[in-house]
Design a protein around this ligand. Sequence first.
Ligand SMILES: Cc1ncc(COP(=O)(O)O)c(C=O)c1O
Length: 377
Amino acid sequence: MIPVLDLKREYQDLKSEIDAAVGRVLASGGFVGGAEVAALEAELSAYLNIPYIITTGSGTDALFIALRAMGIGPGDEVITTPFTFIATLEAIQHVGARPVLVDIDPQTFNLDPTLLEAALNPRTKAILPVHLYGQVAPMREILGFAQAHDLKVLEDAAQAIGARYCAEGCQRNDLACDCHNPQAGTIGDAGAFSLYPTKNLGAYGDAGFIATHSDHLAEESRLIASHGQSSRYHHIRAAGYTSRLDALQGAILRVKLPHLENWNTHRREIARRYSESLKNLLQTPCEAPYAMHIFHQYTVRHPRRDLLAEHLKTRGIGSSVHYPVPAHLQPAYGDLAPQGSLPQAEKAATEVLSLPMHPFLEEPQIEAVIAAIRSFE
Ligand SMILES: Cc1ncc(COP(=O)(O)O)c(C=O)c1O
């Protein structure tokens, strides 16, 4: 079987370093926060080139806490995409606000910024673009719209750690551009990242973090994530929360972070191999001119998607669907938008298929995936 993802293989590669890191934490007797987590925050801050990193218990918490830190609450509306993992919408609901959905671009699967105007009203307070599959959403248009209407922008960078963006329209590999190709999740007011095990940088449990340039959002986020506490047993914000990173996760992530750039480069190479061979057979992922995609998922489109998935399965090849039902067609979210109102997301949900993608895929496995798709009639 060629799995979509192979976390056991990744562990084997790093076993001695990870085992040593885990042993170090167990021997230290400190399990929540502490030196490992502080060091990880500093290393993420250097990697992403942003002053503040606030680790949280998950990516969902990072989204929710950042929205609260921005002051979004009951009566407010937040514009986002229906074609995402449900956590994006849950975070908006957790602060008491209402998600307002706009349709996606059928090529990139990211929010279509030309539709923002129609979703705007006096209750709109923020935009929450998702960098789906590891490709940055069109941030120049989104930020321009947000600035014109005094809206906050929270990036859902759960799937996009290490992805780059070029505001000036240079080519993605031209690192000489004046925009310095900022990292996904560092472009808006704040970015929320997931470190769930399957992500490009994954913990061995739930984990996430907020990235921001803002002193105010950093301070508020830290307070909210830890019981509204300014110092031990002094609570200056009501209704705080317990959302902190374990020292074990911090230590494990510190082993993995130095490998992330190489892993992402390798994913891009595998994506290039797939796309060269498959481009005449189905819709391969589109890399926007302003984006450096890190292929958290390598997602193709095919009108007979379910038959293709079945065909791959019979040949021992895993695949998965992200996502089979857009948010507004979920039983719990039917009040957000009627069926037929977000046609691109609805169609994409019936056609997308993610192929095996991880940095440890070997050449014969890549060839087997390509051959299996070629043999699909
Ligand atoms: C787009 C998106 N947003 C939010 C999340 C939530 O992250 P977590 O699972 O760490 O809570 C995820 C990941 O699962 C995601 O893919």
